[in-house]
Write a protein that binds this ligand. Structure first.
Ligand code: CP
Length: 339
């Protein structure tokens, strides 16, 4: 933990293997806390954590709030619909207002890519000690979701020791609306860093060919990729081909609210060709775990039968693991403030 260098968590492109290990180990310690008795740790007593969600959320916001409470922090939330945004206040001025009230960590979600980074840059320039955690920005990044996905998957492959090595050489399929998925962009950094080979699968309109280059050049703003050997990214237009030899499958919500034009003509056909259902899962070499970040469109990207089958579907684990993962992230950011 002494090697933790991140004041903010804006995306995962700058994460080293050591950073992933730190998050997974700390998450495991928080997950193993006794289930009975007091679940609270005094670690963040006196700290103020603010959730600045300019875009709707159920899972991310609630689990960050619960994680903060489990660490005994004070938590303050902001509701855009009843806020001064309607009077023309900007996201940056909203953030400034909460920092003036003493926020130590701002968790920021916004529909536009780059807003959490702009806020972080502003506070860095003015030498404010506040940390910014990206709770999802436009199509860009959703780092805490990718880290909870990573924990869930590494735990699935070795529940005694969830660590990056558990994914080395594994083949992971990510299927569906890749174009609009900030979760996929963050997962690509995390999974390939751990040596997993990722096959992206979807129709042309939802999966541009240039995704194949996603992690082939240094991340923007960096001269060097902190990961020496990343897993490969490939693209397949056929679910049958993508699921050959696969070890795990991620499916993604079809993000209709982000589609400015009709990118799909027929949802039944989409489900038939790219939906994760028991019929299509027969292409897998064996029973493999299915993950979905939520929220879900039942019967479109995933069938209810698969979603409600705990013997293959890890969605409940993803949600329950989100609390110790987010406790770990808050703990690490708070600790970085002391350094
Ligand atoms: N996965 C995810 O970000 O869900 P919410 O939009 O409910 O936070």
């Amino acid at each position: 933990m002494s090697n933790w260098k991140h004041k903010h968590i804006l995306d995962l492109s700058s994460f080293s293997l050591e950073d992933y290990k730190t998050v997974l180990e700390l998450t495991n310690r928080f997950k193993l806390l006794p289930k009975s008795g007091s679940r609270k740790l005094p670690a963040l007593q006196g700290r103020l954590i603010t959730t600045l969600f300019f875009e709707p959320s159920t899972r991310t916001r609630s689990s960050f709030e619960l994680a903060a409470k489990r660490l005994s922090a004070d938590i303050q939330s902001f509701s855009p619909s009843t806020s001064a945004l309607s009077k023309g206040e900007t996201p940056l001025d909203t953030a400034l207002t909460y920092v003036a009230m003493g926020a130590d960590i701002l968790i920021v979600r916004h529909a536009s890519a780059g807003v959490p980074e702009q806020i972080a840059n502003f506070f860095d320039k003015t030498q404010k000690q506040v940390s910014i955690l990206n709770g999802g920005d436009g199509l860009h990044s959703h780092p805490s979701q990718a880290l909870l996905d990573l924990y869930t998957l590494t735990h699935f492959f070795n529940s005694k020791k969830p660590s990056p090595e558990n994914l080395a050489g594994k083949r992971i399929a990510i299927v569906g609306d890749i174009l609009h998925s900030r979760v996929t962009r963050s997962n690509l950094w995390a999974l390939t860093a751990c040596g997993a080979n990722v096959v992206l699968c979807g129709p042309n309109t939802l999966l541009p060919e240039d995704f194949i280059n996603f992690s082939r050049k240094p991340p923007s703003g960096q001269t060097k990729d902190p990961i020496k050997h990343r897993g490969e990214i490939t693209i397949s237009r056929s679910l049958k081909e993508a699921l050959i030899d696969v070890d795990a499958v991620f499916t993604l919500r079809l993000q209709k609210e982000r589609m400015s034009e009709n990118l799909l003509t027929n949802l039944e056909r989409y489900h038939r060709e790219f939906g994760i259902n028991h019929e299509n899962l027969k292409y897998c070499p064996r029973k493999v775990p299915v993950l979905h970040p939520g929220p879900v469109n039942r019967g479109i990207e995933i069938s209810s039968e698969v979603l409600d089958d705990p013997s293959i579907c890890l969605v409940e684990d993803q949600v329950s693991n989100s609390i110790p993962v987010r406790m770990a992230l808050l703990y690490l950011l708070a600790a970085s403030k002391n350094n």
